[in-house]
Design a protein around this ligand. Structure first.
Ligand SMILES: Cc1ncc(COP(=O)(O)O)c(C=O)c1O
Length: 334
């Protein structure tokens, strides 16, 4: 567990590995950050690309303890206007939360500028790095990130059931879980020492060992190289898809920064049908529907039927992209 924490600290430029706590996925990390920080009457700024794992805990607190939430609009490509964001702060704003990259659009938020705005207004900055941990460089110090929620099982190549939360030493969260930590056993409250304070109960050590191996592999490959490789594959995919009749692409325009995914629709066809054909006829797994982000679909103008999302990973080959392109060429011509 210590080696995993160290590797993650290297990846995210965290100075003290004990400020990283393990959770079972991004969702539990986001719940710890959101529910452990917010108090009745607080105001939160989020964006119009958030995943339900941010939106639902916020909406839950809105109903139960009385917080207020604004979802700042972004343009149809998923890009934020910093002036609009600046004007959304209120005296009671204590948290700014944003997805580093939309899991529908692939757009990438300018975290450094957003982090600066959060701190200028006295708010804590929480980043949902579900789509970028291990696939896009993250530096918590440079980007002013106070809380970073990440999965183990995506870009960090770890097993399912792993994830974590970086908690800045300046931020004190209420723990969500209370119980045994193997430390300060005579004390009735959760220990104050990290990571114990936020890691009650027996850890998923087998999973975390797998996560350590994944993070080491990413560090060895180089996260900038991961991003460049995925970007190259996705841009090729976009170029081919854009030339097919009836295809409309969603997200940043060709050449603009984006993570390793492209979402699209085929005119007159259901997204689920495309996904079904790709799976059954070509053995290609994509995701169709709403991708747990109805807000993202509102932004993209695809609320009516959702979209198809294709994505690449570190080991996706150019031949596999070519296979996908040929399959889509046939499906779009049917
Ligand atoms: C942007 C975003 N946030 C949160 C999550 C939830 O992640 P997890 O399954 O690790 O809880 C996802 C999952 O796809 C996601 O894409």
């Amino acid at each position: 567990m210590f080696k995993a924490r160290q590797a993650l600290a290297t990846l995210f430029h965290v100075s003290n590995p004990n400020d990283i706590v393990f959770t079972s996925n991004t969702t539990s990390a986001l719940n710890l950050a959101i529910k452990g920080w917010l108090k009745p009457g607080n105001h939160v700024i989020a964006t119009m690309v958030e995943h339900n794992s941010v939106r639902r805990p916020l909406e839950y607190l809105k109903r139960t303890i009385g917080i207020e939430v604004d979802y700042v609009a972004v343009n149809e490509y998923g890009q934020i206007d910093l002036d609009v964001l600046r004007n959304s702060f209120r005296p009671e704003t204590t948290l700014l939360v944003c997805s580093h990259s939309s899991n529908l659009l692939g757009s990438i938020m300018p975290l450094k500028e957003i982090g600066r705005l959060a701190h200028e207004h006295g708010a804590v900055f929480l980043v949902d790095a579900a789509q970028t941990a291990g696939t896009y460089p993250i530096d918590v110090a440079e980007m002013g990130i106070d809380l970073l929620a990440f999965p183990g099982h995506k870009g960090l190549l770890g097993p399912q059931g792993t994830g974590g939360l970086y908690i800045s030493p300046q931020v004190e969260l209420e723990p969500l879980l209370h119980g045994g930590t193997g430390s300060q056993s005579e004390v009735l409250e959760q220990p104050t020492v990290r990571p114990d304070r936020y890691e009650a109960g027996t850890a998923n050590i087998v999973g975390i060992a797998g996560l350590a191996a994944g993070v080491h592999a990413v560090l060895e490959y180089g996260v900038e190289q991961v991003y460049e490789r995925q970007r190259m594959l996705i841009q090729n995919m976009m170029k081919e898809l854009a030339g097919m009749p009836g295809i409309s692409l969603i997200g940043p325009r060709f050449g603009e920064p984006r993570t390793g995914l492209v979402s699209f629709n085929l005119e007159g066809r259901d997204a689920a049908e495309i996904a079904f054909l790709l799976d059954r006829e070509y053995g290609i797994a994509v995701r169709a529907g709403y991708h747990c982000t109805p807000l993202g679909h509102m932004t993209a103008g695809t609320s009516a039927g959702g979209a198809v999302r294709a994505s690449v990973g570190l080991d996706t080959t150019e031949e596999e992209v070519e296979t996908f392109v040929l399959a889509m060429r046939k499906i779009s011509a049917q």
